[in-house]
Ligand binder design. Structure first.
Ligand code: CP
Ligand code: NVA
Length: 319
């Protein structure tokens, strides 16, 4: 069996529905106290070049719940920190672990690691994409709204890794997406082109603009993320100026659909991209969104490591 990496949301284009269904089963099995050791005695090596709460803990707990082990490797404590190459590290870790989770500063490093590893490499965020987050967010939207196709998501803020993966994720499942980003902070041009092409095939629409009020009009989901992503701290002053009109607050939500829900991948900078009342309010899905990382990560691990699903019967939940 050829190994499967998850570097981009597009890497699960073929089996996205199966992953979401598997995650739903895993969530209900966990709630009813059923043990499901699909990865008994398997190990996940995790390398984090940037901080993480949700990604690290959901993968670590997820592996434990599936009967396996996750090992967190601080790059500074690996020989990587003393100049051993990424390629040599990838080959060695492939001999110990069933998969490697990598949070990388640079996408190029993610690709190099994946090319050298002989086990699946999972992108736990890089500067181009955050696929695990967005696959999990599609699960959360489907859970809240009962479907995905035909819904509209409005993204307000920085055209960053999260926005890039949302463009691919929404277009893949036939959702419309409108992004409002300040000039100079648009999403990656190559990803935008790919998303527009996929959306055209799916009969959905991608709109990129700079007006948050216009983007959220009639939307089902309002999504935002930090103005200053990890590694961008040097641009703080410029970004705080550029993003001032890109806050998700009660005033902006008046233009969204009555049933619109609010999402944020977290961590949030309260009072910047989102206000306290919205984050903690009735429309906020953010805490379910964070919890669901666990269930979806487990489904992804099973899929990538074993190549199959443990789903019993298809349930017919619409995508
Ligand atoms: N949303 C997310 O990936 O959070 P962490 O940076 O805490 O992993
Ligand atoms: N865009 C954010 C996401 C954090 C989960 C960052 O890269 O810091």
């Amino acid at each position: 069996m050829a190994k499967r990496d998850l570097i981009s949301v597009l890497d699960v284009a073929e089996d996205l529905r199966g992953i979401l269904d598997e995650a739903r089963n895993l969530k209900s099995w966990l709630r009813s106290g059923r043990v499901h050791e699909a990865l008994k005695s398997q190990s996940l090596a995790m390398i984090f070049e940037k901080p993480s709460t949700r990604t690290r803990v959901s993968f670590e707990v997820g592996m434990a719940q599936l009967g396996g082990t996750a090992i967190n490797l601080n790059p500074q404590e690996l020989q990587l920190g003393r100049g051993e190459t990424l390629e040599d590290t990838a080959r060695v870790l492939s001999g110990y672990a069933a998969a490697i989770l990598y949070r990388a500063k640079r996408h190029e490093a993610m690709v190099r690691l994946a090319q050298a590893a002989t086990v699946p490499v999972i992108n736990g965020l890089d500067d181009l994409e955050h696929p695990c987050q967005i696959i999990s967010d599609l699960f959360t939207i489907r859970e809240a709204k009962g479907r995905l196709r035909g819904l509209k998501l409005a993204y307000v803020g920085d055209g960053n890794n999260v926005c890039n993966s949302l463009l691919l994720g929404c277009s893949l499942v036939g959702m419309d997406m409108a992004a409002a980003c300040p000039p100079g902070f648009e999403p990656d041009a190559g990803i935008l082109r790919k998303a527009e092409k996929i959306a055209m095939d799916q009969g959905s629409q991608i709109d990129l603009g700079a007006d948050p009020e216009k983007a959220v009009r009639g939307t089902d989901v309002v999504y935002t993320d930090v103005w200053i992503s990890m590694g961008m701290e040097g641009e703080r002053g410029e970004r705080e100026m550029a993003f001032r009109a890109y806050q998700v607050n009660e005033e902006l939500l008046k233009s969204a659909g009555k049933e619109a829900v609010v999402m944020h991948c977290l961590p949030a900078h309260r009072g910047q991209e989102i206000t306290d009342d919205v984050l903690d309010g009735d429309r906020s899905l953010v805490w379910d969104q964070a919890e669901n990382r666990l269930h979806v990560q487990k489904a992804l691990l099973i899929r990538l490591i074993t190549g199959g699903f443990s789903t019993m019967e298809p349930t017919g939940t619409p995508i």
